[in-house]
Design a protein. Sequence first.
Length: 970
Amino acid sequence: MEGTLTARDKVGVQDFVLLDAHTSEAAFVDNLRKRFKENLIYTYIGTLLVSVNPYQELGIYTVSQMELYQGVNFFELPPHVYALADNAYRMMCSELNNHFILISGESGAGKTEASKKILQYYAVTCPMTESLQVARDRLLLSNPVLEAFGNAKTLRNDNSSRFGKYMDIQFDLQGIPVGGHIISYLIEKSRVVYQNQGERNFHIFYQLLAGGEADHLASLGLERDPQLYKYLSQGHCAKESSLNDKNEWKTVSNAFSVIDFTEADLENLFGIIASVLHLGNICFQEDDQGCATVPDTHEIKWIAKVICPLTPDLSAYARDAMAKAVYGRTFTWLVNKINCSLVNKDDTKKTVIGLLDIYGFEVFDKNGFEQFCINYCNEKLQQLLIERTLKAEQAEYEMEGIEWEPIQYFNNKIICDLVEERHKGIISILDEECIRPGPATDVSFLEKLEDRVGRHAHFQTRKLAGPKGQKRIGWSEFQLLHYAGEVTYCTKGFLEKNNDLLYRHLKEVLCRSDNSILRECFLVAELESRRRPPTVGTQFKNSLSSLLEILISKEPSYIRCIKPNATKEPSKFDDFLIRHQIKYLGLMEHLRVRRAGFAYRRKYEHFLQRYKSLCPDTWPHWHGPPGEGVERLVTYIGYGPEEYKLGKTKIFIRFPRTLFATEDAFEFSKHQLATKLEAHWRGVLARKEVQRRRWAVQIIRRFVKGFIHRDEPLGPDNEEYIVFVRKNYILNLRYHVPKNVLDKSWLRPPGILENASDLLRGMCLRNLVRKYCRGVTAERRALMQEKVVASEIFRGKKEGYADSLNQPFANSRIDEGDIHPKVLQLISSEKVEYGVPVIKYDRKGFKARQRQLVLTREAAYVVDVAKVKQKIEFSELKGVSTSSLSDGLLVIHVSPEDHKQKGDAVLQCEHVFEAVTKLVMLVKKDVVSVVQGSLQFSIGPGREGTIVFHTGPEEQIYKDKNGQLRVVSG
Ligand SMILES: Nc1ncnc2c1ncn2[C@@H]1O[C@H](COP(=O)(O)OP(=O)(O)OP(=O)(O)O)[C@@H](O)[C@H]1O
């Protein structure tokens, strides 16, 4: 009814309690069918879960499904076994109490699957520590081992559990699964020696033969073919296609290693399994005295020597009894051994959830001792259920302060007593008959029953029933009127099965076996004891009574499994079969009990939260106590006083129709509300849109106005715009500042920001320069100073200057070693500052000679290989001339009156910019003139020459007819 369910989840009712026709079995079946057709296999009766076996994978057990159900209110989501498991777990964690989940149903209804799903749910969703993973794995892996030894293929179920199982999962206070304990009930031993047509023995026999290593089988004296063994082949289906024995063997072997079985354990265990198979193959022949002999002792050597004065029939009986006893007790040993590995040695407080996977009510055409025990077990569990359910129901009414109305139900204690009462009950009578001296038979047992319990209202025989019973009850039968209906039992085999006798000397042999498991199973003390061992019936009664003791102290949850058809087909819903199970599972009775009080109850908070929109006082919020809110709400929607009751924390609604009406109103109001909300929301959106547009228009208008007045002084018309533009420009500038001194780019500023931009640009440049300067070495700085000087002299004046910029100046163009030592001697100053090869033109014929220009701190020398040709003291230097063209010519002028000198030095140098700059820096004066056209120079005192500069197709220097020096550059 609640939660965010999809339409699919709402097929029929999710809780039978909400069925209006709750007494109608037809309505019950209808609801089940409707849901089953939609693959909705789970339905609740209150907190009881009804599950119909889908016989197909439905994809509803994924990890995401587990996560979905984790920690969610039980009724919030569609019914699921996970919801039930989670609910028990949450309650256990919060209230620190113990729980059990009882899973019942007939063979093949899905009990074992349900219990596995619950175990997996806990394994995945419970918190876990690394050290406790082993405990979790052991809990999970105990299953395949128990199934191998305790399950078999039957006509009803290919993997039928042939024993009842109760498993405690122990949790520590953090809710981590830390250990477990298993109790098994009534393993079907008869299957070891006999199987019906189409059925098999326990899986483990076939798994061993199919999957065991060849060596292993050889050491056990076994062949791979199961047909060779009488105990495996009577059902004629040893090789069942739906079962993969070989794979299962691997799973079981792996599980054994995880749950602590040693090599020796396994050797002994499989030794027993093999012995049982060999035992089954022993045949007996009659000898002359009518005693049994064993014609083929091949098998015997694998077991022991048997010499026995019995008839062949009795021998075969003894053989089978031995096989059954050995297997049955080994199974018990196995369960104990698994328990040792599941035990949690830490003795801090634990809480438990018990899983009880037990046979449901069985009603066959022929019902024997087994059905009698199983149905007795179900009577006991039904009693527990009724008591616990009613108790819980009535406790809840009391706790909530609701007027309590006694609920009428059938108390089946009377049937339990009929079966189990000491000295008076059927089991006691059977035991008496088993031990009394003299010939006791199944018939004498029946007569005794008639005599002792014949007047009981729930007991009937053919003789007691008179003519009425003739059709229904046979002469060797008795009938019990169980809570779930009549069942007729045939007394044949009751005595033998109840006695379950094993010849004493066989027990003796087994006590002395080399196999340590057998020695544990057959204790010498048992032989020595003079007391008769309890019969099967009494043992079962005692174990049931212990089970009930375990269960009574725990909080119950129930799962009732239903088998939809007898042919294991998906989607087939067999009405007849299902009605039968509804009856025997006591579902109608359970529903009636649940409905006797109030159909529906919910905490005030939850109820209010869901339905508050139905009343203006509680919508959208109720601020008072929730109980008062609920009262206001139900009064407003018109609940009559007989329809509900208000408890301390919950509202109780008597009839489903009241709740349905409320739910319908809620659905309707939800639509209305949705429409209203939608309209309201659209209005809000539209208003928002209008406001947004209006705002945008205003912004744009102000922006345009600002733009128009952008160049005016700051004022109301442009302030916003300018602030915006300024901010925008500055923010943008961040990404466009030049990265180095040579980068001349700059973000163009808006008109209003030109000044600021210039200032910023200056700052930025200074900053870059400073940064650059800091990174410059002394050597490089000196070179750059020279370049600066060169720039002052030549920039914009002489051709080729720009190209020279990126050619670094050298410290000297000749090595000191290249200058003749004699020359060096003649040079007065100690150090040559700079030297460069030059061509010197003489004054007469302007002849060109290879020379070097050598500069010291005081003078310039023109030298040849070994001689100083001319020395010009800087003090006498009058100036330096170059042309504006790219001819490399330079003239060092000397004083015209200086008679020591031969006139000005006319030189041509490849590195004219460099040489002139070095000279100027040494002279420390601006002495250079860059001339255009021509220049005058002194040839000697009182005599002058002219040099004319121009450009031409070919570079050359020559004396023209006027005696002038012509310098042509390219
Ligand atoms: N929830 C489920 N989803 C899919 N298949 C299922 C489900 N439950 C049961 N089955 C199918 O039905 C078969 C029988 O189920 P299961 O063995 O649990 O029955 P059971 O009630 O334990 O029978 P028995 O009393 O004979 O042991 C399973 O092997 C499986 O194929």
